[in-house]
Design a protein around this ligand. Structure first.
Ligand code: ADP
Ligand code: ADP
Length: 214
């Protein structure tokens, strides 16, 4: 299957991608994680992307699409991917369609996780991440075993720069203007499936898996 997870920042895309890929036999492909690795690697590209992410804006469409195309090709994932965080704009969705068409393939489904802005603010306001392995926690709903430390590697957890309150508002503005139009885009192509993301994470996982049970 070829799937896309769509939803506002903080809707639970990353959490649900990790919890569903094994059952669906897909590989989780997160553009946010890819860009954060590029930042961690340093270099000119890393610095440029860090400035963009830190501002709450989006990496340019062509650059993002090229990164995804080359990753899916290198890892031979054209038949079994779960895209998390891509596409995020109509030009990116067009680019993905072209990449797939070139290979005689199409998306099977786009799963949109719905969550109100108020709930999104609570999710992002409490998100903590491990700067080393990228594992994600939440102060209230998914705390680590030892306060402030990653369960996996014991590294001190941080609040992502783009999870600071003023950056969150900018990212929600970007979501409304650039990403929300994809709901109509994928409704028109007949692949959109919507689920309510306002439940505990196991329940949301069950809702997603239920979409694909024969
Ligand atoms: P969230 O989990 O909060 O939705 P991500 O981790 O997916 O955020 O993305 C973090 C940042 O990385 C975005 O705010 C943006 O700057 C950049 N980014 C990720 N995916 C894309 C994309 N498809 N197009 C452009 N920029 C992206
Ligand atoms: P996204 O990838 O869409 O930005 P995340 O998966 O990173 O979202 O989730 C955002 C925050 O909300 C994280 O701190 C995560 O631990 C927490 N979270 C995810 N799903 C749920 C849920 N169903 N209920 C409560 N908190 C959640």
């Amino acid at each position: 299957m070829r799937l896309v997870l769509l939803g506002p920042p903080g809707a639970g895309k990353g959490t649900q991608a990790k919890k569903t890929v094994d059952a669906l036999r897909l590989t989780h492909v997160s553009t946010g994680d890819m860009f954060r690795r590029t930042v961690a690697d340093g270099g000119e590209q890393g610095k440029r992307i860090q400035a963009i992410i830190g501002s709450g804006r989006l990496v340019p469409d062509e650059e993002t699409a090229a990164v995804v195309d080359s990753f899916l090709t290198k890892q031979s994932l054209w038949d079994s991917f779960l895209l998390d965080g891509f596409p995020r704009t109509v030009p990116q969705a067009d680019a993905l369609d072209r990449m797939l068409e070139k290979r005689g393939k199409r998306l099977d489904a786009v799963v949109a996780i719905d969550l109100s802005e108020q709930k999104v603010l609570a999710r992002l306001g409490g998100r903590k991440s491990c700067p080393s392995c990228g594992n994600v926690y939440h102060d209230v709903s998914a705390p680590p075993r030892h306060t402030g430390l990653c369960d996996r590697d014991g590294v001190a957890l941080v609040t992502r720069e783009d999870d600071q309150p003023e950056k969150i508002l900018e990212r929600l503005r970007v979501y409304e203007s650039q990403t929300r139009p994809l709901l109509d885009y994928y409704t028109r192509s007949g692949v959109l499936r919507r689920i309510d993301g306002d439940a505990d994470s196991d329940q949301v996982t069950a809702r997603i898996l239920a979409l694909f049970q024969k």
